[in-house]
Each structure stands twice: as structure tokens, then as C-alpha cells.
Design a protein around this ligand. Structure first.
Ligand code: PLP
Length: 276
């Protein structure tokens, strides 16, 4: 993770594609990490880049975006509003929309999370906890696991557990209410900024995957995020708040469903970026 989050995997494939088709300038919106990753790979590829981030984004993420020579535009309001402002810019200017959520090339990169897990362990753990906002890691993981199943490399689909913030949990609410379409929520502020997505753009696709594979959705208690971050640091992992939320959600899952062994938690983002 050269820019310290899993988004590097997706940015590597997306920006390679952009370079191949001759893109000279792109814009994208992000809660921070995807913007940092796209800015870095654009810098390597000589592509001009403008990243829209919501107000409240970690200053270190903004500093990294600018450090890679991209322009960072801080948009007042929520993450969802930031995406709307960016998309109107795309319409106005016709710039290439290097958005990690819409662009299928991004998922080709995030699939690598599962392939690498298999390469390193020679198997897939029985439980996999995945932080879920828009679903770039979640969708990539499901696609890769389906690929491994189809290829006969694994014969059992693991139990996936999608992690949402308790302050912004549209998929959790949808599952709780058994609704066929995404239940709208009003996001409240959360330390888990990476998954603070109230209106996920691929909601139907994610819901379809949740139901196809009996994925469980769990929320991370806000007051346990910082203690979990400290706990992870004591084990040698200095993670960002969104990653600590996965451990908080893991504990809540164990309380609800009993001891959960052989569980993989993705360390989706490093801690240096969320010093706020
Ligand atoms: C560290 C971290 N984890 C998880 C996520 C969730 O990714 P997605 O919104 O694509 O589900 C993000 C997204 O920005 C992130 O930065």
C-alpha cells in the first residue's frame, strides 16, 4: 500500500487503463484515501488530477493529495454532497471521471485483496470482515471469491461480514428492515470517515451480493473505535479509525453470534493519515 490504504490496488488498475486510453486530465471525489491513491498513480503517469474531498477530511490526506501535485478541492457538507458537486464538474467540463466507485477498472485492482490472501495462506479464512461504504473493497472481494469458486480453487464461500459505522449504516438498516431497496439514512458524524456513505452509488449491486452470499452486516460502535485503535497499536498495527472500526465490529459480532474463529480483518488504512 504505497499511499497507505487498500485503494492503491484499485488506483493502479484504473490509472493504468486511463494512461492506455490517453487520458490527460481527471477529476474524482473521495473521502480521502482513494483520492490520495489516484493522485499518486496519476503523478507517476503524468495525468493532471483534481480531487474533491468533503470538509473534515483528515488534513494528512489532503496534504498527500497536494504532495502528489494534484489539486484538492474541499467541499463543505457531507461526503454525498461532495460527490454531487464533483459530478456536476464532470458534466460541465467533460473531464475524465476517475471515480473509484463507478469505474469497473478499479474493482479489477481491489480483487487482488482476495488473491493475495489465498497466495499467502494457501486457503481462504472462514470469516472475512470487510469495511463497507460504497463497496469498492466489498465488491472486489466478492468478485474475486466468485472467481475462485468458479475456477474450482476453493469449494466453499466464506462467511462475509460487512462492517458499517453505527452512525451511517444504510445496508445494516436495509437488512434489519428486510427491505428490497436501500433504506435511506441521515448520516451522523463518525470517526470511521472511510465508510461514512449514506447514499452508496452501487447499492442495488451490493444488496444483491449480500443476499446472494448470505453476507451478514454489522455496525461498529462509535465509542469502541478509539480503544480498538489503541489495542491494534499494542499488537503492532497502527491503523486508521476506519480500520479500527472493523475490530470494534468484530467484537460486536462475537457478542451477537458467539466466538468467531478463523476471521480475517482487512487493515484497509494506515494510522498516520487520521491524526484528528
Ligand atoms: C480506509 C478505508 N476503509 C474502507 C473504505 C471503504 O471503501 P468503500 O467506500 O469503497 O466501501 C474506505 C473508503 O474510502 C477507506 O478509506
Amino acid at each position: 500500500m504505497p499511499t497507505l490504504s487498500f485503494k492503491d490496488r484499485g488506483a493502479a488498475t484504473l490509472v493504468s487503463h486511463m494512461k492506455a486510453i490517453g487520458v490527460k486530465k481527471c477529476v474524482q471525489d473521495s473521502s480521502g484515501n482513494a483520492g490520495v491513491a489516484v493522485a499518486a498513480y496519476c503523478a507517476r503517469s503524468g495525468i493532471a488530477c483534481e480531487i474533491y474531498v468533503p470538509e473534515g477530511t483528515s488534513p494528512n490526506k489532503i496534504a498527500m493529495i497536494e504532495g502528489f501535485g494534484a489539486k484538492a478541492v474541499v467541499v463543505p457538507g457531507t461526503r454525498d454532497h461532495c460527490a454531487e458537486v464533483c459530478r456536476s464538474k464532470v458534466k460541465e467540463e467533460g473531464a475524465y471521471y476517475a471515480n473509484h466507485v463507478y469505474n469497473p477498472y478499479f474493482y479489477e485492482g481491489t480483487k487482488a485483496y482476495i488473491y493475495e490472501t489465498f497466495e499467502q495462506l494457501k486457503r481462504i479464512p472462514r470469516h472475512i470482515f470487510i469495511e463497507l461504504g460504497n463497496g469498492t473493497l466489498f465488491i472486489g472481494a466478492v468478485l474475486a471469491l466468485e472467481h475462485l469458486m468458479r475456477s474450482g480453487v476453493i469449494d466453499e464461500f466464506p462467511q462475509l461480514i460487512a462492517v458499517q459505522s453505527e452512525n451511517c449504516a444504510p445496508f445494516y438498516e436495509t437488512e434489519e428492515q428486510g427491505s428490497s431497496s436501500l433504506v435511506e439514512v441521515t448520516p451522523k458524524p463518525t470517526l470511521a470517515e472511510g465508510i461514512a456513505i449514506g447514499k452508496p452509488a452501487r447499492a442495488d449491486e451490493v444488496l444483491d451480493m449480500i443476499r446472494r452470499h448470505n453476507v451478514k452486516v454489522i455496525t461498529a460502535p462509535e465509542d469502541r473505535i478509539l480503544p480498538c485503535r489503541e489495542e491494534m497499536a499494542k499488537r503492532g498495527f497502527y491503523v486508521e479509525h476506519t480500520t479500527a472500526a472493523a475490530l470494534a465490529a468484530y467484537y460486536r459480532y462475537c457478542e451477537k453470534f458467539g466466538p468467531t474463529e478463523d476471521a480475517l480483518l482487512s487493515l484497509c488504512g494506515a494510522g498516520l493519515k487520521s491524526e484528528h
